[in-house]
Design a binder for this molecule. Structure first.
Ligand SMILES: Nc1ncnc2c1ncn2[C@@H]1O[C@H](COP(=O)(O)OP(=O)(O)OP(=O)(O)O)[C@@H](O)[C@H]1O
Ligand SMILES: [Mg+2]
Length: 317
């Protein structure tokens, strides 16, 4: 990944301070991600705490935007000052590619961690953003499901593995493959927040039923309850009648989970991920970048609301 360079205007926006305040702290024509991080420390500008959250992007259906959304969401969280670990769970290694890396260049993936018992910290890689790390994936990961099968406590391997490092990150973002297997079950057992990207079509709509049944059996059989489920509509094109009908069906059947933000169809967004450049580096002003930012802010707002609610309940109870 190239080191992102920001204009003074963007730097001030990311820090949430007036341009004048930025100039008096550090007057430059451009700012690197390191400058941004150093300024955050010097000026004590930290994002609103959200606890240490583990967030999984999952849909058993393929091609709904899990990777595009999870990687740009993780990247944007890091830009806003959160420390983030992006974990690529998919042997296609697409999340790794979206950050600009080739999975095959890395020896250690989650395979080593889950099956060969290597500590998770050994598989962690750094990016030019001081507060964005990732765990890469490559084709070797395609054997994980089979390898886990005979193991004792096979559903809990990932949960155990993240214990070592969970305090280091504000947010861990997991990008799941489109499959229904032990690896994804492991990911669900770690997740506190589940993000379900859906396309506005009826195949996606019907696919949600299986996902919600799985989540329910997880609660009943393995005693794991998710804090939040967020459905996010991706690649929305309002000129398609079918898209509007599918959105209406989602609003009717899943009102409590459906986010208001719609991530619109955006060629520049697709292009950025195919070139392995986060959309916030190459196409900051695109619809894709705008919508992912709005999606992120809606999620942060919802997390905040439930923290306030939990605190109120605790006081009352
Ligand atoms: N908002 C969007 N606008 C236009 N194209 C998009 C959008 N979101 C994703 N795409 C494109 O759709 C394709 C599938 O997206 P992506 O790889 O993120 O989905 P996925 O759910 O991770 O797929 P898989 O199930 O294979 O892991 C990619 O080519 C991506 O560039
Ligand atoms: Mg993917």
């Amino acid at each position: 990944m190239d080191l992102p360079i920001y204009t003074p205007k963007t730097t001030a926006e990311l820090l949430g301070i007036p341009s004048k305040a930025l100039r008096s702290a550090l007057d430059q024509h451009s700012y690197s991600a390191q400058d941004l991080w150093a300024l955050r420390k010097a000026l004590r500008i930290h994002p609103r705490p959200i606890g240490h959250r583990k967030q999984l992007f999952l849909n058993f259906k393929g091609g709904t935007g899990k990777t595009s959304l999870s990687t740009s969401y993780a990247y944007r969280l890091a830009e806003l000052g959160y420390s983030v670990l992006l974990v690529d769970l998919d042997s296609q290694g697409h999340a790794t590619k979206c950050l600009g890396y080739e999975g095959e260049d890395f020896e250690k993936t989650l395979l080593h961690v889950l099956v060969r018992k290597a500590p998770l910290s050994e598989a962690i890689q750094h990016t030019p953003l001081p507060n964005l790390d990732f765990v890469p994936s490559n084709l070797g990961m395609s054997t994980v499901d089979l390898a886990l099968m005979p193991m004792a406590g096979r559903e809990f391997k990932l949960r155990k593995a993240v214990e070592e490092i969970e305090d280091r990150y504000d947010v861990m973002v997991f990008d799941a493959p489109p499959s229904f297997g032990l690896l994804n079950l492991n990911a669900l057992m770690v997740a506190e927040d589940l993000f379900v990207p859906v396309l506005p079509d009826f195949l996606s709509f019907h696919g949600l039923k299986l996902l919600f049944e799985t989540v329910q059996s997880l609660e009943e059989d393995l005693n794991h309850v998710l804090d939040h489920v967020f459905i996010v509509v991706n690649a929305f094109n309002q000129t398609f009648k079918l898209a509007k009908e599918a959105l209406a069906a989602l609003r009717e059947h899943y009102p409590e989970y459906l986010l208001t933000t719609l991530v619109r169809q955006c060629t520049k967004f697709a292009q950025a991920s195919s070139e392995g450049v986060p959309v916030f580096i190459s196409e900051r002003d695109s619809k894709g970048a705008h919508d992912v930012d709005a999606f992120l802010r809606e999620v942060l707002h919802r997390l905040d609301q439930s923290r306030v609610q939990a605190a109120t309940d605790a006081r009352a109870g």
